[in-house]
Design a protein around this ligand. Sequence first.
Ligand code: 9D3
Length: 256
Amino acid sequence: MQFRVVTLFPEMVATGTRFGVCGRAARRGLVELSTVDPRDFSVDLHRTVDDRPYGGGPGMVLKVEPFRDAIRSARAALPENSPVVFLTPQGRRFDQQVAEQFTALPGLILVAGRYEGFDERLVEAEADDEISLGDFVLSGGEIAAVAIIDAVVRLLPQVLGHAASAEQDSFTDALLDCPHYTRPEAVDGMRVPAVLREGNHEEIRRWRLKQALGRTYLRRPDLLQARTMTEEERQLLREYLAERDGDAGVFDPVRH
Ligand code: 9D3
């Protein structure tokens, strides 16, 4: 799969995709990651890419022509059916389902903005899709582009090993993860739960599912509502709530 990011800060994207799963996939040739800088398509002496907003107000707006021409060069270089996705706070929300859908594409052109954003005529003329990471303010689209590339690349066949692919299915399970522990058995007086040390695999499975259900209920009730629980799960959640000594307290700003 090919990714090309249209960005005024190509080094942010190059550096952000150089490490871990993403970097390895690129070095193995499983994905191609590249950038194109609209400044290189600006024709005036100062290589201008932004200008003051019509109607007044603070900040600068990204000009149509340099972005349009950078996007066209990306379209020409990538396979047909590679959509142009603008990264903006006005876009639809990115999630695991969108990431999975993107894995089916031969290529993806991500357009990162800066300042107050794009001239709307650029979006109308060139955008196939508009994506946001959520309701918080970034300074530009580059970090969003890196996040999306990372989420998509790790889903591609060949990129992660067999064990990890099996684990990925569990996000479709739509529960938060259970707690994890490693050695030593005791640190600063805090001990690993006995059930995890005793090696009864059925008990371990039930404990992990119970923790996942309990944490999801307390921290992300929206995830539980989007999901039907089995009778075993209902029982485990009842047990969790009966036994709980305040896991959610970590997230409860008014606990006493
Ligand atoms: C503070 C400026 N805002 C005025 C209401 C508008 C605004 C313009 C440009 C807010 C953010 C940005 C830059 N953001 C992105 O390019 C961006 C983004 C984000 O800020 N949050 C979540 N997802 C994304 S994707 C791209």
